[in-house]
Design a protein around this ligand. Sequence first.
Ligand code: ADP
Ligand code: MG
Length: 213
Amino acid sequence: MTTSPSFATLPLSEAMQANLQALGYAAMTPIQAASLPITLAGQDLIAQAKTGSGKTVAFTLPLLHTLDTKSFAVQALVLCPTRELADQVTTEIRRVARAEDNVKVLTLCGGSPIRPQTESLAHGAHIIVGTPGRVLDHLGRESLNLDALQTLVLDEADRMLDMGFADDIAQVVAHCPKQRQTLLFSATYPEGVDKLARRFMRDAQEVKLAEKH
Ligand code: ADP
Ligand code: MG
C-alpha cells in the first residue's frame, strides 16, 4: 500500500497516536492524508478512493474526534450496504476507539432479530453502524433517535445506490439534525453518487483519488 505522512501531523491525542502505532498504522494512506485535515476540521467531505485504500480509518478518526462519551446519545451513524461490510466497519471502529474511554458501537443490520437490537439500543450507544433498511426500521419504531447526531457517514455510497437504498437513505437523513458533519465515501463516482451527495451535503470538500467511472 502506498503511504503518505505520519498520523503525528494530525491533531489527535497522544493515546490515539499510540493506538494507531500499535495497530501498525505508521503512515497515512493517500486518502487518509488527503481527507483527514479537512474532516478533522469539521468540514463535509466527498471522498472517492479504490477498495482497500483505508477509507474506514479515514472516517473513523473524525467521528471519534467529535464524540462525547459522557453522553450516551447516538452521535455518529455509519450507513453501509451489507451486513458483512457493517461488521467489518464495526470491528475497525472498535480497534481505533480503544484509545478512548468506553466507546459503545452497535451494529444494526437486517437478517438479525430486531428485539435484541432494540434492547441494546435502550442501554445506549455512541456510534451506530448499519444498513439503511434496518436503521430506518428502528427510527420508525422510535427505538433509535438521531437528535444528537453529529456525524453521518455514507460508506460505499456507490454500492448502496446499486442495491436500491437511495430512498431509505433519504428517509434516514430526514431523521438527522440539519447541523451535522456528513462524510460520503465511495470506490467509484458515477452520476448517481454525485446526485446523492448534492442532495444531502452542502459546501462539501472533494477528494477523488481513483479513476472516474
Ligand atoms: P477501504 O474501505 O478503502 O476498502 P479499508 O478501510 O477496509 O479500505 O482498509 C483496508 C486495509 O488497510 C485494512 O486492513 C486496514 O486495516 C488497512 N489500513 C488502513 N489504514 C492503514 C494505514 N494507515 N496503514 C496501513 N494499513 C492501513
Ligand atoms: Mg470500505
